[in-house]
Ligand binder design. Sequence first.
Ligand SMILES: [Zn+2]
Length: 157
Amino acid sequence: MKLLFTLISCFAMLAGNSQIKVDKAGNFWDKEVYKALAHIKEIDSTAYDYVLSNTDRISFWNENYNTFEVVNGTRILLLSSQIMDKSLNNLSSTIVHESYHSCHAIDHAKPCREELDAYLFELSFLFRMKDAEPWLIEFVYDKIRYYKIQNERGDCK
Ligand SMILES: [Zn+2]
């Protein structure tokens, strides 16, 4: 119930954004991201509106994790290696996951609580796909198990 409420509040708070700017980089990586955005829209138009409401820009970087930042709007930073792994489903679900964090840029929960919620949100999106790769679902399940244990142990700082 808390998750549903926070999702609705993100729509209300940031509605109005109608376009995401995608930086040009690599071998037409921007086109891969636009493909992923169209894929999200096709799978779940509500998830697409959610991404649109919480993301102003998408860029790429060479660190070993995806993240977001808030500087003149919200920007998702995608791992460049992820663009090259050629899984449109993985790229799409990653964008949905990071938009969850963008939504909570102001009211961050404890980091591993927020990660748990972000992966649950991502999993609910994956379940709407007809062809989500089993390894991708398993990866997200592993993360959910990990962050659930961290939360239960109280190890979440
Ligand atoms: Zn995350």
